[in-house]
Structures are given as structure tokens and as C-alpha cells.
Design a protein around this ligand. Structure first.
Ligand code: GRF
Length: 220
């Protein structure tokens, strides 16, 4: 059996998706091993989660710093930890170009709407869910995609449709989507890592693939 792929998670906030990735890693024979948590905020809840799971964490500040400097610091930290794959989990900064270049095709992000709709700069958190409701969309749901130099633009690997219900507020919608995110992200992360282990190009998951179950009701 191949050894697990060494992963870093980047998170700015509470890190519930980070937790889902950790739980999937600990609960089964995941093809990845999270070795580093990177945050741009010292107060991120994700840092505490890392500590309680014995995962090293590193705060890399982006504030008032040149992108080149941040980029070099990140590349150094990731190389030192021998990171092979990066999972963004609620990371609110643009990944610097040197990191994208060095780990191209090996960086995933989860976005809480069906890209390419409702994505791009400024589309994060409740802004996304409010925009979905304002547009009168009947369907939303998370997208997992590869990361490139532009926010939310990289190749889509999986999406999971979630209904918008009458009377939804941004908060109720966010909660419904987040529940599905926690189920989808570890599966897509594992899918990418299996492709890396096999030295294959990662393909999008489709309805026939083991990891993507669009008929599985997101609500119980
Ligand atoms: C999630 O909705 C994710 O899709 C987006 O940021 C949020 C992060 O939430 N990129 P959490 O910190 O994982 O709870």
C-alpha cells in the first residue's frame, strides 16, 4: 500500500471543514496525513483544533506585507514540512503565486456555492448565501475545485446540489450547505490523494464515482 500523502490545511476561521478532514483521516485509512495547519489569523479556531489533534500549526500574517515575502515564508514552511498537497478550508486570502506554481494541481478549495456562479473576490461566508437568496436560485451547494491564481476559478472536481428552501435566511442556508461540505470535502481530498499516489492526473468526480453521491439526501 502507498504511504499517505502529506497534507497542509490553510484556514482563517473556525475550521469545521478542517475538522471534517481530520475526522476522516483518523476514522479510516485516508490516503492523506495532515501534517501542518497554516492560518493567517492567530485567533482562528482552526489553530485550537490543530493543537488538540497534535497537528503543527503556523500563523503566517498577510497584513501589511509584500506578497513576495509572504509567498517565500509559506513555501519555506511547506517545504520544511514536506507538504505534497494543500487543502484550503475557509482560507480568506489569495494563495500567493509561488505556492500555486510549486503545488499546481495539488491545491484544493471548497466554496459554498455552485461555481462558476456566486464566486470570485468578496464572495465568502454569508455574502455568498445572501447573493444566492437575492438571485432567487432554487439550488445551491458546495463546489470543490483546484486552485489557481484567480479566486474560485480552477478546475471543478465535484459539486453537491443542495436545495434552497422557502423562508431560508443566509444562516439557515449556510448551515445546510456546511453539513454537505463536511461530507464532500474529505471524499474529494481522498480522491485527489489517490490520484497523486498513482501518479495520475486527477479527474472530476461524476455521479458514477464512488466519492460523489448526489442522490444521497443532504438533509436528514
Ligand atoms: C465554508 O463554507 C467553506 O465553503 C468556505 O469557508 C467556509 C469555512 O467554514 N470556503 P469552516 O471554517 O470550515 O467552518
Amino acid at each position: 500500500m502507498s504511504r499517505p500523502v502529506r497534507a497542509a490545511v490553510f484556514a482563517s476561521g473556525s475550521g469545521s471543514n478542517f475538522q471534517a478532514l481530520l475526522d476522516a483521516e483518523r476514522g479510516s485509512s485516508a490516503p492523506y496525513e495532515i501534517v501542518l495547519l497554516v492560518s493567517d489569523r492567530a485567533s482562528a479556531g482552526a489553530i485550537e483544533r490543530a493543537g488538540s489533534h497534535q497537528v503543527d500549526s503556523r500563523v503566517v500574517s498577510f497584513r501589511l506585507r509584500e506578497m513576495d515575502e509572504v509567498d517565500a515564508e509559506l513555501v519555506e514552511a511547506l517545504e520544511e514540512a514536506e507538504v505534497e498537497v494543500i487543502f484550503l478550508a475557509g482560507f480568506l486570502r489569495l494563495v500567493p503565486p509561488g505556492v500555486v506554481q510549486r503545488w499546481r494541481g495539488r491545491i484544493l478549495n471548497i466554496h459554498p456555492a455552485l461555481l462558476p456562479a456566486f464566486g470570485g473576490k468578496g464572495m465568502w461566508g454569508m455574502h455568498v448565501h445572501r447573493a444566492v437568496l437575492d438571485a432567487g436560485a432554487r439550488l445551491t451547494g458546495p463546489t470543490v475545485h483546484l486552485v489557481d491564481e484567480i479566486y474560485d476559478r480552477g478546475a471543478i472536481l465535484a459539486q453537491w446540489p443542495v436545495p434552497v428552501l422557502q423562508g431560508d435566511t443566509p444562516e439557515t442556508l449556510a448551515a445546510r450547505v456546511l453539513e454537505v461540505e463536511h461530507r464532500l470535502y474529505p471524499r474529494v481530498a481522498a480522491h485527489l490523494c489517490r490520484a497523486i499516489q498513482r501518479n495520475e492526473k486527477v479527474r472530476p468526480l461524476d455521479a458514477g464515482a464512488e466519492a460523489f453521491i448526489p442522490t444521497d439526501p443532504p438533509l436528514t
